[in-house]
Ligand binder design. Structure first.
Ligand code: PMP
Length: 404
């Protein structure tokens, strides 16, 4: 059970007002707010152990290293990776995908090879593959979706060819909220010996993700979308895959030995962590993950799906509304449009009422084209949102409809 009153006091920003109105924050798919314990951890790190990690023999360096490596173990437990070395810290989901795209394609792709993605990918799971496609003459193929925004799985199998080298798919769409059947995607891909990268940027904060159970080869997510600090991300990779990939960036930390003639590289995970990592951020991410675990992902999933049901029902009563993304399995995201009212106008007017939503293409321009819209308004819910806030959104939209 979610104790909503207690939870809301954990997030100080939720008590603030904007334009003299209580803040209603419904832009959680873009970034989540931070509980006090995460902010306290950042202060604690800087005020008690700040020192560069992995290199120093002195007390503070050792203490900072311990916290950073403990954070790796927390992430390992959170997604049930086999060993901590399978967890690589990055700057975010975007950098994690760029790392895999760059290193994987460099080693495993030749001209004419194919990468398979879905029609509902965020730009960060499209463009890194396109960059590699341009460099190496690869082809990008796209798994289509139906009008509800669900993958057409029969087409997926048909798109697999002997040249398919990797499948990169989002677990949950940041626009449609669609929860993709990743178990099935991975099972089918593996029956063809094709590795799979899962973009979990929109899923780890909403439901339990167990990388060993789903058997993905790579999985990425961002700290800031799971109540942790910005600028930190995670790449999970199976040990054998990470060992097989060449380094992504060069620099300190990722080397074993360097001479002007030749460099040998460090072992996992450091081979992929060039330069000083954000050890304050990783420690604070671990605090965020512990916080989420203390509430319980099952409780979060249940609470948020009740909120989604309530909001969908209420919003469907609004005249002229069209919800974009009506998949059977959906996460707590509602994208919508009204005929004759531009999404930007809706977002701006809601803002003046204290309600934060996102408008535009949500970094998924190809998906907008497929769904036949230029952009949408998107309300995305977290476990600290309430039915009263949904009511405020609906009231705000009713006022806007009257204005137009
Ligand atoms: N993938 C998805 C599905 C996302 O929603 C986002 C962020 N909107 C990203 C990747 C990129 O995350 P970040 O900007 O934190 O790297």
């Amino acid at each position: 059970m979610i104790d909503i009153n207690k939870i809301r006091t954990d997030f100080p920003i939720l008590a603030r007002e904007v334009y003299g109105k209580p803040l209603v924050y419904l832009d959680n798919a873009a970034t989540t707010q931070k509980p006090q314990c995460v902010m306290d951890k950042i202060t604690e790190m800087y005020s008690t152990v700040n020192s560069n990690v992995h290199r120093g023999v002195h007390y503070l360096s050792q203490a900072a290293t311990d916290k950073h490596e403990a954070a790796r173990k927390t992430v390992q437990r959170f997604i049930n990776a086999n060993i901590p070395e399978e967890i690589v810290f990055t700057r975010g989901a975007t950098e994690s995908i760029n790392l895999v795209a760059s290193s994987f394609c460099r080693s495993f792709c030749k001209e004419g090879d194919e990468i398979l993605i879905t029609a509902m990918e965020h730009h960060s799971n499209i463009v890194p593959w396109q960059i590699q496609a341009d460099i190496r003459g690869l082809k990008i193929k796209v798994i289509p979706i139906n009008k509800d925004g669900e993958l057409i799985m029969e087409e997926f199998e048909k798109l697999i060819s002997p040249r398919t080298k990797l499948i990169a798919a989002t677990h949950i769409s940041n626009v449609l909220g669609t929860i993709n059947p990743i178990d099935e995607i991975i099972r089918i891909a593996h029956s063809h010996n094709i590795p799979v990268l899962i973009d979990a940027a929109q899923s780890v904060q909403h439901a339990k993700v167990d990388v060993q159970k789903i058997d993905c080869d790579f999985l990425v997510f961002s700290s800031h979308k799971i109540y942790g600090p910005t600028g930190v991300g995670v790449l999970y990779g199976k040990e054998e895959w990470l060992n097989a990939l060449p380094p992504y960036q060069g620099g300190g930390e990722m080397i074993e030995s360097v001479s002007f003639e030749k460099t040998t590289f460090n072992k996992l995970p450091f081979k992929f962590e060039a330069g000083t990592p954000d050890f304050v951020g990783t420690a604070a991410l671990a605090t965020a993950l512990d916080y989420v675990s203390s509430i319980g992902l099952d409780n979060i999933a249940e609470y948020e799906s009740d909120l989604l049901r309530y909001a969908t029902e209420k919003m469907l009563n609004l005249p002229g509304i069209k919800i974009i993304g009506t998949a059977q399995h959906k996460s707590s995201v509602i994208s919508f449009v009204f005929n004759k009212i531009h999404p930007y106008d809706i977002g701006t007017l809601l803002d003046k009422m204290g309600i934060a939503v996102r408008t535009g293409h949500h970094c998924a321009e190809p998906l907008m084209k497929i769904m036949g819209v230029e952009g949408t308004v998107r309300a995305s819910f977290a476990f600290y949102n309430t039915k009263e806030e949904v009511d405020m959104l609906v009231k705000g939209l009713e006022r806007i409809i009257k204005m137009f």
